[in-house]
Ligand binder design. Structure first.
Ligand SMILES: [Zn+2]
Length: 292
């Protein structure tokens, strides 16, 4: 990061609606977590061992993103923490609800007070060992037990948290205009055929003008590009920032996927360059060639 450039500084405010939204979010994640394990055991398809934690993580991430956006939360550490905690709460709730259901089934006549008082650490660890030994039977009739169950149990919360963070990442990274009390909008230009090495000298020199003026090198192909993003408050047009990413299109078994690497993030963009960025957007939209 060049010394001369100043960057976006979040206000670290949690947002006035946060005290209301956090309990709502945690309540939703507890309910989702409570539904999760019964669903996993009712539908004994092996693929669900991976799909269901991903789905739960994605839903928790999307809900957290909604809370971050509506609060509005301008503290990135809090936002990231909220997503991770929400996923963790869903995971703990999935275990707690399963334990509660097992207890109820084993002792149908006992009161909840009695059941809760019997929950010693020894009891819980025995219950976990018994579940581990029992394992599950998949749709092909194959039984999974012991160490493989442990592996799935370890991978499960990691997958949940990873998917939640992935699903909520845009909300945690957004920029905010404090005077107008609104999120900034982002628009991007692409310079196809350029990579990180091409723009490194410009970034090191803090040459924002050249970065805004980057144009595609058509001969170099289209499987990599430099994405130049401008974040701006559309109300006051005052808070304006620039981010640079290298994007590589990778062929994966799910089709072509963008791999993004941040090269410069949220540096303050002077008004003259902001206007130039608008002109470039207009030029590219007017041109018949690729504008995205
Ligand atoms: Zn503004």
């Amino acid at each position: 990061m060049p010394m001369a450039l100043s960057v976006y500084a979040p206000s670290h405010r949690l947002g006035q609606r946060m005290p209301v939204l956090v309990p709502v979010l945690l309540l939703c994640t507890v309910l989702l977590g409570a539904l999760y394990q019964p669903l996993l055991y009712v539908l004994p398809l092996q693929i669900l061992q991976f799909v269901l934690p991903c789905a739960l993580g994605a839903v928790v991430g999307a809900l957290s993103a909604g809370v971050i956006s509506r609060a509005p939360c301008r503290s990135p550490p809090f936002a990231w923490g909220l997503i991770v905690v929400a996923a963790l709460v869903a995971w703990v709730a999935s275990w707690a609800s399963t334990l509660a259901l097992d207890l109820r089934e084993a002792y149908p006549d006992a009161s909840w007070d009695l059941l809760l008082s019997s929950l010693t650490p020894d009891f819980v660890s025995e219950w976990i060992s018994a579940r581990n030994a029992a394992g599950w039977v998949d749709s092909k009739g194959k039984t999974t037990q012991g160490v493989f169950v442990t592996i799935v149990w370890v991978v499960e919360p990691i997958v949940m948290m990873g998917t939640a963070v992935f699903a909520g990442r845009e909300a945690a990274r957004r920029l905010f205009c404090e005077p107008c009390h609104r999120w900034l909008d982002t628009r991007s230009l692409s310079a196809h055929g350029l990579n990180a090495t091409d723009v490194k000298p410009l970034i090191d020199a803090g040459d924002l003008r050249s970065l805004v003026e980057l144009s595609s090198d058509e001969l170099m192909g289209t499987n990599f590009r430099i994405s130049v993003s401008r974040h701006r408050c559309t109300t006051c047009n005052q808070s304006t920032y620039l981010s640079i990413e290298e994007v590589r299109v990778m062929n994966t078994r799910y089709g072509p996927q963008d791999r993004r690497k941040s090269l410069l993030r949220n540096v303050v963009l002077p008004a003259a360059l902001d206007r130039r960025f608008d002109e470039r957007l207009a030029e590219l939209e007017g041109a018949p060639s690729r504008a995205a």
